[in-house]
Design a binder for this molecule. Sequence first.
Ligand SMILES: [Zn+2]
Length: 253
Amino acid sequence: MGGNVKRNGKLINISNTCTIDYYLLAFWYLSKIKKIFYQNETNTQKVQIINEILISIENLNWERARELWTFEINNFNLEENFNSISLFGSEYEKFFQHISIFQRYNLIQRCKKTCIQNNKLIRDDSDNLFFKKINNRVVIYTGYNDKCHICKINKNPRIKLKDNPDFLIIQSINSNIYLNELPKQFRIGKNIFPFLCATIHRRNHFIGIFEVNEELFVIDDLDQSMTPLPSYDKNKPSHFYRYKTTLSLYFLI
Ligand SMILES: [Zn+2]
């Protein structure tokens, strides 16, 4: 999907926007459920632009929304005689890395109760969170895997979220995580995060899966379609369950 925008008097085509469309739509949808991107001191300039993007989507002006994302957030440079921009690539590069500052957390050591390292800060200001399949279950993974250097015990470190994030975007760390395996919600500390949407990757194209009123829908930005996702049938799963998930968005109730 894509479209033409006017920038500095020049007509520019922005294409392959499936790396950004679903999560922009997700932000808009989330803004209907709760207040997001307000009172956020993390990056006021970015918050302002994102709010302008949400207003553009509300007004069904996707061209303007994509233009703002491409030039003001993604910081694409327009060179001379350059009249087309492709957002082809990874969702991490084109989308997630630009908003990861809104989901920062600290990582706290969990080892032997009596160890002096227990409950110590081991990593400051992280933002990447992953889904990883361990013993056939998909769990939150921080990428941190070291043993305590004193007691040699290795427990999953505790995630301590900063600034009560409105949402968390989780990356599937391996290509073996499928829609039916994603948790419906997860808890971090006292906070519960239910599922809002995920993306799956099929033939160089991303497809969105959104939960709306407790039902799942397939959204494709190519034809702007929204169709119910067939429920998971172990013996004969619909093909959507065979493509790997890439990112998933959960929100703070
Ligand atoms: Zn220890």
